[in-house]
Design a protein around this ligand. Sequence first.
Ligand SMILES: Nc1ncnc2c1ncn2[C@@H]1O[C@H](COP(=O)(O)OP(=O)(O)OP(=O)(O)O)[C@@H](O)[C@H]1O
Ligand SMILES: [Mg+2]
Length: 336
Amino acid sequence: MSITELDPPPDVAVRAQGLAKTFGGHRAVDGINLDVRTGEIFGVLGPNGAGKTTMLRMLATLLKIDAGRAEIFGVDVVDQPHVIRQLVGVTGQYASVDESLTARENLWLFGRLQGVASSRARSIAAELLEQFGLEEAADKPIAQFSGGMRRRLDLAASLITRPPLIFLDEPTTGLDPRTRGQMWETIRGLVADGCTVLLTTQYLDEADQLADRVAVIDHGRKVAEGTPDELKTAVGNSTLQLLLAQPDDVPAAVRVVRRVLGSEPVLSPEQGRLNVALDQADLAAEVLIALRTAGVSISSVSVAKPSLDEVFLALTGHETDGDEAGNAAGTMEENR
Ligand SMILES: Nc1ncnc2c1ncn2[C@@H]1O[C@H](COP(=O)(O)OP(=O)(O)OP(=O)(O)O)[C@@H](O)[C@H]1O
Ligand SMILES: [Mg+2]
């Protein structure tokens, strides 16, 4: 493959072609092509063991590439690893820094290790602590930090050198819903400031909320790519699940759904229960309002969206291997 073939247009932040890694005969990453555009959030979605971390580590020069090639902003990852390390901020490195030091000391030290002058490292640390809402905890040892605070500090540390591209490996796994939401806001803020973000996740809802485009990987191979909406459409739409207070109201409810959506609800064998397929989750509100206007009362309602399992089933013909894969079925608040 010639260099010219790989010459990316200036709007390409990451380009990988045929990227592969084998561990003792097992192809953890098995020929992945990837194009991440400058300024976007690109999500790599896959279950445990899909090869997400291995792929990121190769792109970040932390792991040898066995086959294929990769470029970051047009710079070859293998030929110029020192340049790549200046272009990419990687989270996950922070764990190696001293637990007994405070957040502020850690950030300063991290800056110094990256060759930033002492006074500059001090002022950047102060800015980052403020940006990440860690000012109050800034002078506590990180041994006392919660999981969410650690993630934020980890992300802050990867930003000290102001890299234009950030790799986030499962930035919200294990965080509570509120802290996840804060992390999403933080990530959006980085992109608003001009960063490009490549993140991995096991959660369809995270990819949905954050990513402009998503690649789904399974057993080291890319099985699908597109916008979150394209992926969801490939799997099917959200479903509004209704249980009517009065089973006798079913015919009235059916008429309302026909009128509002122009489609037929699916009646469940269970009395008074019906499922309504939705093109968009927010159409649920229209149906609910119309039902209330028609005097049909509802005893329970939920909107289910496709889970990662369903995405996988639809795309690969098999289910995700682990039971830890994200559960994206949710309440209406969680749906857009
Ligand atoms: N250093 C290593 N030595 C041997 N095998 C490895 C090594 N690192 C990863 N693997 C294997 O490669 C495959 C991909 O692992 P990887 O960590 O990239 O998956 P992942 O998608 O990041 O999963 P998770 O969601 O659990 O983080 C797995 O089968 C894993 O066991
Ligand atoms: Mg991983």
